[in-house]
Ligand binder design. Structure first.
Ligand code: SF4
Length: 471
């Protein structure tokens, strides 16, 4: 069972599996050295990145994130504006301060290796960290897997079936479930909505402290909202690619002539797309985002929730909480039974999952029945099946930024479609999730966040055309 706060985690861009996860891995390695009391004996650290972390690691900032983690920084508290400076300091001065207190020599070019073409047997996002003493003897090492959404497990934990789905709090919960069918049965049996059941589980995890749970959920929306707000204001270009940020200009366009907007029946769609793009531009720039359920897909849920708060008149604080709780319940089902990792199952697992979560949540806060909510989640996922992950140049920019806007629109459509029906439908959410996972496993590796196929290859062949198209 996963917590709401496992699914929604504050981090920094651009990638949950390639940035947030590796930073946690570095941080965790550091903690293990401290717990073993050997930190002060370490005179050398070597890091190896494998699979997708190697192939697209530079574009995703995997190298920077890992070293920041080893320096003692955490994704949820680091100041995104300082991250680049700290990384530059490590590279230029060739010194890594473990936990900010034990300085060792660190040569970026020889101590951090991108093992392109090599993959750890367990998972496409693998890394190994070795710590040596001053005799050059390796006295501690660990292999970690970044399994999507910022979750990190050691290879030992991965080989234990439940390890990859550990919760941040293992307290007893009143309503455990593994499938959507079980979730709906529990809701009916106890006369609870999905949101109520999820929040009850969370309150139990937090020793009955309802206020704490509400505060933590509210904080998720606060970070999401701030991210939209900043994304709407920031101009300039995206890192590495130099592509123009578009959200600020689009925002000016939409607000410059409000009367014209009244005559445009589809203006709301532009707003929703804009909210998502604002978040994903912030993510691409390494800004503060909430993994929802990943960074690449971080715009879909905030955009759909912003649609609820700004365009649905009967919105309120409890509705925001119910939205987040419902989305988390659907996200847990996908994470427990399939994958939310683009490297493991393609973009259907990231943006498709976010759309499914948002569709269910939006239906729920508008009074949908349980069956309609489940149907909305299924529709949101079904129409992303087969979607590949092929980020150009390994950057979470094209197709990711626009794709989030498209998925937010789809989430609204999915919720509306579900609410036009009576909840009765042919394909269950459980079988759709299973189909997504099996389809993901069938995808060739070049379509799973390796930038070796699809748009990524096309852009390399025709760079000018692509740059003109998006600038
Ligand atoms: S294409 Fe989709 S899965 Fe791949 S990096 Fe972009 S958002 Fe993530």
């Amino acid at each position: 069972m996963l917590s709401i706060f496992d699914i929604f985690k504050t981090g920094i861009g651009p990638s949950s599996s390639h940035t947030v996860g590796p930073m946690w891995a570095g941080h965790r390695f550091l903690k293990e050295l401290e717990e073993k009391g050997i930190l002060s004996r370490i005179s050398s650290i070597r890091v190896g990145l494998y699979g997708s972390l190697a192939l697209t690691g530079v574009g995703h900032g995997t190298d920077k994130a890992t070293l920041l983690g080893l320096a003692g920084y955490r994704p949820d508290t680091i100041d995104p504006d300082e991250a680049d400076q700290i990384f530059a300091h490590i590279k230029t001065n060739k010194v890594l301060e473990l936990a900010g207190k034990h300085a060792i020599a660190f040569d970026y070019d020889s101590h951090l290796i991108f093992h392109n073409g090599e993959t750890l047997p367990e998972h496409p996002n693998g890394m190994r960290i070795f710590a040596s003493d001053n005799n050059g003897v390796v006295i501690y090492y660990k292999s970690y897997l970044s399994v999507g959404g910022g979750f990190v497990v050691s290879t030992d934990e991965y080989n234990q079936p439940e390890a990859a789905n550990r919760t941040e709090d293992s307290g007893q919960i009143p309503y455990p479930f593994r499938t959507a069918a079980e979730l709906l049965d529990l809701c009916h049996e106890h006369n609870l909505t999905i949101a109520q059941l999820t929040i009850d589980n969370e309150v139990a995890r937090h020793q009955g402290d309802v206020d704490l749970v509400n505060d933590k959920i509210d904080a998720i929306w606060t970070v999401m909202h701030a991210c939209i707000d900043r994304g709407l204001r920031m101009e300039g270009t995206l890192p590495v690619s130099g592509l123009k940020r578009r959200a600020a200009n689009m925002h000016k366009n939409l607000t410059s002539n409000p009367e014209a907007m009244l005559m445009d029946h589809f203006a709301i769609m532009d707003w929703v797309t804009l909210f998502a793009m604002a978040v994903n531009e912030e993510n691409a720039c390494g800004g503060r985002v909430v993994t929802a359920p990943t960074n690449g897909a971080a715009g879909v849920i905030p955009a759909t929730l912003a649609y609820y708060t700004r365009f649905i008149s009967r919105n309120n604080q409890q509705g925001i909480r119910d939205f987040i709780a419902t989305a988390a319940a659907i996200g847990s089902l996908i994470k427990m039974n399939a994958s939310i990792s683009g490297a493991e199952a393609g973009c259907q697992a990231e943006v498709g999952s976010a759309c499914s979560m948002a569709a269910a949540a939006l239906a729920a806060v508008q009074g949908a029945t349980m069956e309609q909510v489940e149907n909305a989640a299924e529709i949101g996922m079904e129409h992303h099946l087969g979607m590949t992950c092929d980020p150009i140049a390994g950057l979470v920019q094209i197709p990711c930024i626009e794709r989030n806007g498209m998925a937010a629109i789809k989430a609204i459509t999915a919720s509306r479609l579900a609410m036009r029906g009576d909840g009765d439908h042919a394909v269950s959410l459980d079988s759709c999730i299973e189909t997504m996972y099996r389809t993901g496993l069938d995808l060739q590796a070049k379509y799973r966040e390796t930038s070796l196929g699809g748009l990524a290859v096309y852009a390399r062949a025709q760079p000018i055309k692509i740059v003109r198209m998006v600038s």
